[in-house]
Design a protein around this ligand. Structure first.
Ligand SMILES: [Zn+2]
Ligand SMILES: [Zn+2]
Length: 97
């Protein structure tokens, strides 16, 4: 699915969403930023596009839209890595204090 396919799909399912996505795609094209439906502006490197519907989201809204948080996913799929990452954060924290 490319950008136009996603918009065409949205027009059939939820016209308001199609308008929103049209704005997101043209904004992205001209500014490299995208505004999430919650109003948060995000650089495209930090934005999340849904594989299914094609709308862009900030991380918080993406977690709601996708049904679980990034942390929950890590906990399920890679608990050992999550533990390591948390450990590194703690080390960084103690080094700063
Ligand atoms: Zn979606
Ligand atoms: Zn958002």
């Amino acid at each position: 699915m490319n950008a136009n396919d996603y918009i065409k799909q949205a027009e059939k399912i939820e016209p308001e969403k199609a308008v929103r996505m049209g704005q997101q795609y043209s904004q992205l094209w001209s500014t490299s930023e995208v505004t999430c439906h919650c109003g948060t502006k995000i650089h495209f490197m930090d934005a999340f596009r849904c594989l299914y519907c094609g709308e862009f989201f900030c991380q918080r809204c993406a977690e709601v839209h996708f049904g679980q948080t990034q942390r929950d996913w890590m906990k399920q799929k890679h608990p050992e890595v999550l533990k390591q990452l948390d450990g590194e954060k703690m080390v960084e924290y103690y080094q700063k204090v």
